[in-house]
Design a protein around this ligand. Structure first.
Ligand SMILES: [Zn+2]
Length: 309
């Protein structure tokens, strides 16, 4: 499996270098072509870029960014981009080599690049890496909006004032969103603020809004949950009488269902509190298909389930 992945990467690298030299710049209608890895970054680029950009996100609803491998058509899209935005912090673990190659002759920007490392949490899965799930601390995510703004202003200075205004309006909306999440979280008594999910996507959320967070898998979905993990977590849930645990849209549900069954074996019924959007947003057009909608949906789902509303 590892060899296959390596082979795919090597082929992509070959393809990239074979196509070198023909970088596209600007489109016929004068709009910038912006390609992003995750949907949440695409949402930011769309809002900050407004009418001056055409945005394409490679990873759609339900896509797991930790495991996502760039296909041939993705490489075409990336090569045709005026700007490529990715999360960084090793979220797109399988795309690192491709992005690195692209960066040699295109504008390729990690939206996390401007964040002070002192504000980042360590990765549980990879030594010497940070936890990449920065979008669940709204304040932290706001720094990526600034990164997108500054990049677009530098690449397309003719529309700098628009990018600045769009970003300012969006940052104001995100300030309100942050206050909303904090207010919702505060409705749950402190002792009951325990969030148990399929994988460790919510550590920044926990730090920002006062939740203890436990994930069944490590920080990346690349590691499988072991039987011992399931039993340990089941012990904890049954003992602490945690009312609800959560599944995620981008992670298979079987692991969380295994925990639920193991808790039942211990004579306690824990509910599945709902599906959270962790590493991917919901469908385009649905409220959860935007970053703001996804964050609101998650906090409402978490609070509703923990308070058994
Ligand atoms: Zn994740």
């Amino acid at each position: 499996m590892k060899h296959l992945a390596f082979l795919a990467l090597a082929l992509l690298a070959l393809l990239l270098s074979a196509c070198a030299g023909g970088a596209a710049a600007g489109s016929a209608d004068g709009r910038l072509t912006v390609v992003t890895t995750t949907g949440q970054i695409g949402d930011t680029a769309r809002i900050v870029g407004g009418d001056h950009v055409r945005v394409l996100s490679l990873m759609g609803p339900g896509t797991d960014p930790h495991l996502y491998v760039a296909g041939i058509s993705d490489v075409d899209k990336l090569r045709g981009a005026d700007v490529v935005f990715y999360n960084g912090l090793f979220l797109e673990a399988q795309m690192d080599a491709v992005l690195e190659q692209l960066a040699e002759r295109q504008t390729v920007v990690a939206v996390s690049a401007g964040i002070d490392p002192a504000e980042l949490l360590p990765s549980a899965a990879y030594a010497d890496e940070f936890d990449p799930h920065i979008w669940f601390d709204v304040r932290l995510w706001m720094q990526t909006v600034e990164q997108v703004r500054d990049t677009l202003m530098a690449v397309d200075p003719a529309h700098a004032a628009d990018y600045e205004a769009n970003a300012a309006a969006y940052l104001a909306e995100l300030t309100e969103l942050d206050a909303y999440v904090a207010a919702q979280a505060a409705r749950v008594p402190e002792a009951q603020r325990v969030l148990i999910t399929a994988h460790d996507a919510f550590n920044y959320f926990g730090r920002a809004y006062g939740f203890e967070v436990l994930g069944l898998q490590g920080i990346s979905t690349a590691s499988e949950a072991g039987t011992a993990d399931v039993q340990n977590l089941a012990d904890y849930i049954a003992t602490a009488r945690i009312p609800a645990i959560f599944i995620e849209s981008s992670v298979p549900v079987r692991n969380v269902e295994a925990v639920q069954a193991a808790v039942r074996d211990r004579g306690f019924a824990v509910r599945i509190g709902g599906q959270l959007f962790s590493d991917a947003m919901g469908d385009a057009g649905a409220p959860e298909g935007t970053y703001v909608g996804m964050v609101r949906y998650n906090i409402d789902t978490i609070v509703g389930a923990l308070l058994a509303e």
